[in-house]
Ligand binder design. Sequence first.
Ligand code: GLU
Length: 599
Amino acid sequence: MRRLVARKLSVLAVSAAVVSVGAAAPPAAAGKATGKVPVAVGYGGAVASVDADASAAGIEVLRKGGNAVDAAVATAAALGVTEPYSAGIGGGGYFVYYDADSRTVRTIDGRETAPLSADPGLFLENGAPIPFAEAVSSGLSVGTPGTPATWQRALDRWGSRSLKSVLKPAERLAREGFTVDETFRAQTAANETRFRYFPDTADLFLPGGRLPAVGSTFKNPDLARTYAEIARKGVDTLYRGRLAHDIVDTVNRPPVDPASGWNARPGDLTTRDLAAYRTKLQAPSKASYRGYGVYSMAPSSSGGTTVGEALNILEHSDLSRASEVRYLHRYIEASRIAFADRGRWVGDPAFEDVPTKELLSQRYADSRECLIKDDAVLTSPVAPGDPRDPAGCDARGTAAPTTYEGDSTTHLTVADKWGNVVSYTLTIEQTGGSGITVPGRGFLLNNELTDFSFAPASPDVHDPNLPGPGKRPRSSMSPTIVLDRHDKPVVALGSPGGATIITTVLQTLTGHLDRGLPLVDAIAAPRASQRNQTTTELEPGLYDSPLRTKLEAIGHGFRLNPEIGAATGVQRLPGGKWLAAAEKERRGGGSAMVVRPAR
Ligand code: GLU
């Protein structure tokens, strides 16, 4: 089974994949994850993820007659093996599904929840927020995982295969191993210090006490056994069975090396918390943009409302004919305004009265769009508006800064031969999550609760994202599916990157839909990210270009961000053909595959 060690190419091979962009996709048959290519075109269905073995797991399921939901779960489970620092059964996520029969979009909110004992003081000590880094590597930040329940719910509702069957490729991958690449080694190195605080994590991810060597085979037999147990007993074992007890023990008594000196604060998770966990089936967010329906996650994620509001703000700008400077200017300003509203209005709707519909109304967007000037830049923080009472060009409210979010996570996109589509973003929050491995179980626990505001972002502005019992921390994940006027899919995509997810999705959508970039080029385009902050982050491709000077002349301020996001997507082509697209370079390049490549 060479496939199992074919993951994660050397830098050389990745460059070769970049060269192949636009050329016919190489064969991507299951059983031959021969390399990573960022674009593939063909029939029978498509999978795009950051990793070749994970995409191959999805393709294997499609090839055997499974549908997009079956393949998405198989891909996600494989990512839990090969991208264990970004996603896995210790985390949560958001699953967006297009059903070809009914031509409708449905979603599952599989976000982690805070313990039932949590209150707004969760991250306060003596009245002050604890240091962020200390919260990250602690039991305190671990929410009840939602990912296993998401997989089961999606399969129950829309799948055609059992969880047992779709977990097989991932279980095999964990048992037989995958080949370590530069990205995996670099992510391990970035976490090495804190991984050593937790001996079970160090034993797993620092084999022999060292960083895994590029080219070596990385096996995770504990995770293989855990997947086998879930396959046998169902996800209930994680919410009510032995695995639930293991998780609770680990969170409440983090297995830290006393010699490390790390103060691993315990959490307060109970078996009741795990037993009470439920995913939520809910209506998607919808924005109408240039005749398309843009569907994504409604709160508890802020992704759908923020991308949607920004698109609505841009609705009256002719971005297809604008100069590059004008396009970027308007994109940046629309994003700035949408983030101002996100901060004030979006939190878990089970706890907060979130005006989802109003945030997505064109009338509200129009009342915000008029703040944008062609020859000047808005000053951040811009104050939020009131979507329930739109006022013309009123920027007088009280502003609050945007709170911090991590930047790990992974996104996968799948289409099948029946025309169903899945856009699924999943995470354990920070790269490496809490850094705490459940002993003997082979997976890391999330630190998702650090997505809550530790304290209100401003004492004068209501913060809808403070911790609460059983509450879901606000997310930025924006798995998106775009439909045409006939409710048929056009394109589906998403990205990791904390709050930059929103800007990456927005920029990629406008790049593709308005600027006419092929999907793979819209994904590869250098990114800008403005989140209601004084400066806008630019990747080097923009930071080092003359465009920066032109934008600075209008009044923009910038700072460099070496890499923003790692998107994947699929595009429907005529005649049952699909195009899968992934990153050419970011995170070592992504992996696009189809079942039967077009010639
Ligand atoms: N925890 C973040 C969120 O839910 C995602 C983290 C990331 O993408 O790195 O929005």
